[in-house]
Design a protein around this ligand. Structure first.
Ligand code: AP5
Length: 206
């Protein structure tokens, strides 16, 4: 297996509102990985009013994907900048199209684990509408939420298949319907097992 990046890379994938950010907070707390959310990186660019931010703003409001080179460069740059301090990289919301997965494989390497959070549409919709009351996110409204679901279905779901075919046991599917700490138990165990920690068995009983 070719891997140009020596530190472990974990991808967290799932539909809009499936709980990617919520679970990443817990992973960072316990494993000290650097959290790289493609959505957060893009929102920072929009906030700073950079040319790149202006290019992405409308696409995000429309629930569409921004061009692959933009997200890939943002993630690669953030990885470079933290090379000496991070234990590993937790990439949230990327890749969400086949071309992104292929380019990452070519330019950076293969993730050690792909966590896919499974959640029914109705539950995700409920969560996003509730968050929209306070988040101030321009894409947390019913019209954009429906477009985000459509993009997820057409472009992002095939990425899970891509990794399933690429390598056995690379993907773990976790239902993100239970409360966040319940969901996290499975994720915690999966990360411990790839790290080869023999103390994983006892810790997994937590
Ligand atoms: P992004 O910011 O990644 O948005 P998203 O994928 O739609 O996901 P969210 O951040 O909305 O939700 P989440 O899964 O993190 O859930 P959270 O933990 O917040 O992307 C935004 C846009 O940027 C995209 O639409 C696209 O335009 C662009 N973009 C981003 N990445 C890109 C890429 N790679 N390529 C191209 N374009 C890209 O939870 C949601 C709510 O639910 C919270 O209120 C939380 O408290 C609650 N909650 C979480 N878990 C649970 C639980 N288990 N039970 C009950 N409530 C829960």
């Amino acid at each position: 297996l070719r891997c140009k990046e020596a530190k472990p890379i974990v991808f967290v994938l799932g539909g809009p509102g499936s709980g990617k950010g919520t679970q990443c907070d817990r992973i960072v707390r316990d494993f000290g990985f650097l959290h790289l959310s493609s959505g957060d990186l893009l929102r920072e660019e929009v906030k700073k009013g950079t040319e790149l931010g202006r290019e992405c703003e409308q696409l995000m409001k429309d629930g569409k994907l921004v061009p692959v080179q933009i997200t890939l460069n943002l993630i690669k740059k953030a990885m470079e900048e933290s090379k000496t301090t991070a234990n590993g990289y937790l990439v949230d919301g990327f890749p969400r199209a086949i071309d992104q997965a292929e380019l990452f494989e070519e330019k950076v390497g293969r993730p050690r684990l792909v966590i896919f959070l499974e959640c029914p549409k109705g539950e995700m919709e409920k969560r996003l509408l509730k968050r929209g009351e306070t988040s101030g996110r321009s894409d947390d409204n019913m019209t954009t939420i429906l477009k985000r679901f459509d993009t997820f279905q057409r472009e992002s779901l095939p990425v899970v298949q891509f990794y399933n075919h690429l390598q056995q046991n690379l993907v773990i599917k976790v239902s993100s319907v239970p409360p966040p700490d319940e969901v996290y138990k499975q994720i915690y165990c999966a990360i411990l097992s790839f790290r080869g920690g023999m103390d994983g068995d006892t810790k997994c009983a937590r």
